[in-house]
Design a protein around this ligand. Structure first.
Ligand code: UD1
Length: 258
């Protein structure tokens, strides 16, 4: 269903104590090509869902926010109290949505928590579109013996977070007391470059595939690394899966799925 359709949103939340709001068009480049369509899904969809949750008496909404709201913040790691600097429609849409969550908390008393995700990866992430996450695209390329494409010099970094760690952060955000209205980074606190990603895949696949380099993407963030002190303090959150371990588990899943 389409959560931007109010009737659909009402059906989706009926009878729920907690709503984990993950619905979005989660692609930075797609938002640059289609600001109207992605705004409708990402912002109108959130307002529609929050309205339905309020009417249905839902206890708490946990919203999937994005590290993209930080943009190219001068300081690393990125902390929740830094001034956001969205560089793309997607980043702005996620920022507006988390502010809508806070507004529904202050204005209507609906409990909300935003968990800001940082480049989530893991099993079942689909490589089927040019908008897919980079890890799914690169694993797909390596498993087919094809050249992975790097946009830019490959030295950009991301705080790649294994999906099980994100799930643990979200479930904690759903239950923790005293966190309504908060925005909380959920990540590892590390920083891996695309060149390191390719090197690790070369080892896992025992294949010396070298990447092809293309021009940098518009609106691409250079470095992304989370400060996770707030998640530790408010949620008792601690990431469990290292980057390489998560990558190996993801590759195993792709191999089995193929
Ligand atoms: C990703 C998420 C987004 C999330 C954001 C938080 C996806 C699809 N997007 O955006 O939802 O909110 O993190 O920061 O998971 N790249 C290549 N080659 C490729 C594909 C990508 O070099 O074939 C590069 C990109 O230019 C970028 C990096 O890899 O520098 C990561 O790209 P991508 O996985 O699309 O994620 P983000 O744009 O960081």
């Amino acid at each position: 269903g389409d959560i931007a359709d109010p009737a659909m949103a009402e059906r989706a939340v009926a009878g729920c104590d907690v709503v984990l709001h993950q619905a979005a068009i989660p692609s930075v480049p797609r938002s640059i090509e289609d600001p109207i369509g992605t705004h409708r899904a990402n912002v109108d969809g959130t307002v529609s869902l929050l309205t339905a949750a309020k009417s249905a008496g839902v206890k708490r909404v946990v919203f999937a926010g994005s590290s993209s709201v930080y943009g190219n913040a001068a300081v690393l790691p990125k902390r929740e109290d830094m001034r956001p600097h969205p560089l793309t429609p997607y980043a702005l849409q996620k920022l507006i949505s988390e502010q809508y969550c806070q507004l529904f908390t202050s204005l209507y008393g609906l409990e909300t928590v935003t968990t800001r995700y940082f480049n989530v990866f893991g099993p079942r992430q689909q490589p089927g579109s040019p908008y897919s996450g980079v890890i799914s695209l690169f694993i797909d390329a390596f498993s087919k013996g094809q050249t992975p494409t790097i946009y830019g010099d490959g030295k950009q970094t991301r705080d790649f977070t294994y999906v099980a760690d994100v799930v643990s952060g979200v479930l904690r955000a759903a239950e923790a007391p005293g966190v309504s209205g908060e925005v909380i980074n959920v990540a590892v606190g590390g920083r891996i470059s695309l060149l390191e990603l390719v090197r690790t895949l070369q080892v896992i696949f025992k294949a010396p595939l070298e990447p092809a380099f293309r021009p940098e993407r518009a609106g691409d963030v250079r470095d992304s690394q989370a400060d996770i002190a707030k998640a530790r303090r408010l949620l008792g959150y601690e990431p469990q899966v290292t980057f390489e371990e998560g990558l190996r588990k993801t590759v195993e899943w792709y191999r089995a799925a193929r």
